[in-house]
Structures are given as C-alpha cells and as structure tokens.
Design a protein around this ligand. Structure first.
Ligand code: SAJ
Length: 444
C-alpha cells in the first residue's frame, strides 16, 4: 500500500491525529470540530495559559462556551501542549497563527515564519502541513516549503505534503459554525490535495478543491477585499447623500429590494476587526512585485480610514448647533467593540474617534455593555484601564453629545433619545425612534 493510501486509510479509520498550532478564535473551533467527528486532536500553543485552560476546561474565548472546553478537557482523543517536540505525533499539522500588518501596514509574516521553522524541526515523512492563516498568494510555496525542506531534508509533495486552506471563521456567528462553512483547499500537488480534502471531509460540510495553494490564498483575500471595497462605497455614498440631505440608509434599504444584482452593505464609522482592515493590504503588497497597482483597494482603505474624521466633524457640527464648542465639551461614545454584539475591540474605529475628540479638547467617555474595561493593547496603551460608564439617565444626560459608534442590539435607543439632546448616529441606530428632528439626531 502506498504512503498516501495508508494515510487515507488512517483518515477513514479515524486514527489520523490532527495537530493544530495556534488555539485562538480560529484554531480552537477547528480543534472542536474535528473532535466532534471523532478525529484525534492535539492542540499546540506558545501561550501556557491557553493550554492550561484547555486542560482544565476553562473557557477563554467568550463565544465558545464551557461545555466545549470541558468536553475537550476530559476527552481521551484530545490533548493540548506547549511542547512542540510532540508535533511528530501529528499526522496533519494545521497552522492557525496571526498574520497582522506591521507599523508600515505591510504583511508581518513573523508568526508564520517562526511556526514554520518550529514545524520543520520535527517534520517527518508522511506528515501533512496546512496553513490556514490569511496571507498573500504564494506564501505556502515561496515562504513555507523552502523552510520545511531546508530544515528537514525532506521533499515536499513526495516525502511530506503541503496545502493551504483559508480560515473562514466568523466569531460569534450563530448561523455558521466551522463545520457548516465550505472549506476551500489548494494542494502542493495532487496527493496533498487529496489528503487534505479527505481530512476536512471528515468534519466539514463541503470542501472546495482549487488548482493550487496560491489560488486558495487568493480566494480568501478576494472575499475580504470585496467587503472592504463595498463598505468604502457605502461610506462614500453616506457623505455625498448627507450633503444632499438624502438619507443613505433609506436609499440602501430601497435599493435592497432589487431581487438581483445588488448586495446591501451598511455605512459606519470606519472599519474594525481582525480581517477586513488588514487582509486587502496583503494583496497590495504582493502585487507590487508584479508591478501591478491595487488602486481600488488603496482608495477603499483611504475612504474607510477617513470615516472617524468625518464622524468627529459631524460631532463638531452637532455641538455647534447647540451653541457648544467641541473644546471643553463632554462626549460619550457608545460602542467600543468593532461591530455590534461582539466583545472584540480589535482595530475598532472608536479608538480613532477617541483620539480625534481628545485632540479637539473634548472630554471623552464610553459605554459598551460587552467591554467593561479596556484591556492593554499595543496600539492604544493610553486607554488601558478606562472603564465603561453606567447606563442611566443621570450619567448619559450629563454629556454634551453622544456618538453611536457601534450599535449593540441590547442598548435601548429610545431611552437614549429621551436622555440626550444631541446624538450623533453613525449606524442608523435611531431609525424609527421618536426624536426632536435634525437638531437632536445627527447622521454621521
Ligand atoms: N462593516 C460596515 N458595514 C458593513 C459591514 C461591516 O461598516 O456593511 C464594518 C463592521 O462594523 C466592522 C468591519 O466593517 O467594523 C468588519 O466587519 P465584518 O462584518 O466584515 O466582520 P469581520 O471583521 O468579523 O469579518 C469576518 C470575516 N471573516 C473572515 O475573514 C473569515 C469576513 O470574511 C466575513 O464576511 C465577516 O466576518 C462576516 O460576514 O461576518
């Protein structure tokens, strides 16, 4: 029996051990999904706390509850470790590590490089190495395989297998968990593709094989560039229609009645999250190597990045309407999370709104039921320890203006309309709520 057939048989027999490196909001649900389909899983992370939490069944990612953690902790086909020498126990190694931008907004591949170096130290014949992190087309073949081959002396495609399969996690999405999201897979050669799709098919509703790794890398970037460019479009329309005294939300809702050829996006205060503000620039960076320009992507980035400035200008206009200067005014920003009903403040535009308000002399505070206190971050250290205000009439009415930056569904906007005379609404959260007109609610 060939090496490939032996491995395919192990997958069928569910004795194929799946190693997952990086137990964050991508790796942990992936570990759970394979485990739920009786596949042996072995989690790896450099963060001892994550591994300890997995061993004790203590949740550390809010939307992934206690039941999952306790099941993994007591299962005899699941384990977690910081000891990377145990990588040789895994038949497949799935890398789910961060791919952020550096200070120059260029790809920071350090996590992928370091992890690939580590994997290469323990690489053995027959193993399948898969990158799931979002990255530029060519990463798997041009960056990872040379490291894996150099340090192990093994040959990709014959001795060991390599594939790329982009994560499509949408943290907290009640309708789509890992098992229900089709999995795009690109292999370094036919055998790698066959092995990777057979492995994912044990746990995920559908695999979508494509020609090669760089095609699969391009698919994920395309999905998120599509979002970034369309969000920028509606943000630009918001600014134009506001000047014409046209309600962009009414326009978009009416356009959305078209049963084909239109997909509604919603204007906001800018872009946050782990993916959309970052992923498009992975293509921009790689395109330069081919002397190609991504003007759409960069223009969309500019429009989205400028939205906090537009919001603060509109806040200045709102205060001015109430004969108040921004300088010395007290401004409450509602919503620190980067999108509604999540507790994640990654790249939240609210931080930029804070900076701009403070620069104009405003006294700022925030209210967010999901984020009681701002934890330490690299980029926004000055706000560490800041705590949400309480939600009550006395507190809210004490502010000269209230800016709705993230419209959590748990917030009572009708109460807000009674408690505040000056609301700057970036999310159409006040739509349909009784108020005193244009000098009370300002669209931004
Ligand atoms: N946003 C808008 N208007 C919109 C949609 C989003 O202003 O119409 C803003 C959000 O407020 C947020 C940012 O854009 O600040 C990103 O929002 P998102 O809805 O794209 O949510 P993310 O960042 O969690 O994106 C993830 C992505 N998932 C992966 O990359 C695997 C994305 O591909 C998903 O499409 C998205 O979730 C989703 O659909 O929820």
């Amino acid at each position: 029996m060939s090496q490939l057939d032996t491995l395919l048989q192990k997958i069928e027999d569910k004795t194929y051990t799946i190693g997952i490196v990086g137990l964050g909001y991508v790796g942990l649900p992936l570990m759970w999904t394979f485990h739920q389909n009786d596949m042996p899983v072995l989690g790896f992370d450099i963060d001892e706390k994550k591994v300890d939490n997995l061993k004790t069944g203590t949740p550390y990612i809010k939307h992934l509850g206690t039941e999952m953690m306790q099941t993994l902790a007591t299962s005899d086909i699941a384990d977690a470790t910081t000891d990377f020498s145990r990588l040789d126990e895994a038949d497949a190694i799935l890398m789910c590590v961060p791919t952020p931008l550096d200070h120059h907004r260029e790809p920071d591949m350090s996590y992928v490089e370091k992890t690939t170096e580590t994997v290469s130290k323990y690489l053995r014949k027959g193993q399948l190495v898969i990158l799931e992190s979002t990255t530029w087309p060519g990463t798997t073949e041009e960056l990872m395989i040379p490291i894996l081959e150099k340090n192990s002396g093994l040959k990709a495609g014959t001795d060991f297998y390599v594939a790329y399969s982009p994560e499509r996690e949408d943290p907290g999405n009640p309708n789509f968990n890992t098992a229900k999201i089709p999995k795009v897979v690109g292999g370094h050669g036919e055998e790698a593709l066959k092995l990777a799709t057979a492995m994912y098919d044990t746990a995920i509703v559908q695999t979508v094989p494509v020609s090669d790794c760089k095609t699969a890398e391009a698919v994920k970037l395309t999905e998120n560039i599509f979002r970034s460019v369309n969000i920028a479009l509606v943000n630009e329309l918001k600014v134009v229609y506001e000047a014409m005294d046209i309600d962009v939300h009414e326009v978009l809702d009416a356009a959305d009645t078209k049963p084909f050829g239109f997909m509604k996006f919603t204007p906001g205060p800018g872009l946050g999250g782990h993916c959309i503000p970052i992923d498009p620039f992975y293509l921009t960076w790689k395109a330069r190597e081919f002397e190609r320009h991504t003007r759409f992507i960069e223009l969309a980035g500019e429009v989205n990045t400028n939205m906090p400035t537009y919001v603060v200008d509109r806040t200045m206009h709102a205060l001015n309407t109430h004969k108040k200067a921004m300088n010395g005014s007290k401004v409450l920003v509602i919503g620190l999370a980067y999108k509604p009903d999540v507790d994640d403040m990654c790249e939240s535009p609210t931080f930029k709104i804070f900076d701009l308000l403070k620069a104009k002399g405003a006294e700022i505070a925030y209210y967010d039921p999901y984020i009681p206190e701002i934890w330490e971050t690299r980029e926004h250290a000055e706000y560490t320890g800041m705590q949400t205000v309480d939600w009550n009439k006395e507190t809210v009415s004490g502010f000269d203006a209230v800016v709705i930056s993230t419209n959590h569904s748990s917030i009572d906007y009708a109460e807000l309309a009674v408690w505040s005379e000056c609301v700057v609404d970036t999310r159409n959260a006040m739509n349909g709520i009784e108020h005193k007109g244009k000098n009370h609610i300002f669209k931004a």
